[in-house]
Design a protein around this ligand. Structure first.
Ligand SMILES: [Zn+2]
Length: 74
C-alpha cells in the first residue's frame, strides 16, 4: 500500500467533498480506478483521526510528561 501524489484531475472520494484529489491511496496490484482519492483537506483530517485511533497513548504520555515537568519546577 502506497500513498501517491495525484496529478490527474480526479474528485476526492469523500462523500460530500467536491475538491479535486491531491493524493491517492494505492494498494499493490490494483488499477488506478480503484485507488482511494483524497484532497489535501480530507487527507489532513484523516491523518488527525488516524492519529487519535492508532496512537492514543502518545498524547496522554505527553501530558503526563508536561505535568511531571511542572512538578519538578515547583
Ligand atoms: Zn476531500
Amino acid at each position: 500500500m502506497k500513498v501517491i501524489i495525484q496529478t490527474n484531475k480526479i474528485k476526492c472520494d469523500v462523500g460530500n467533498c467536491r475538491n479535486l484529489a491531491n493524493y491517492s491511496v494505492a494498494p499493490e496490484g490494483v488499477g488506478a480506478g480503484q485507488y482511494i482519492n483524497l484532497c489535501d483537506k480530507c487527507m489532513r483530517t484523516l491523518y488527525g483521526e488516524i492519529g487519535l485511533l492508532l496512537a492514543p497513548k502518545r498524547k496522554s504520555k505527553k501530558k503526563t510528561e508536561e505535568q511531571s515537568r511542572q512538578n519538578d519546577q515547583v
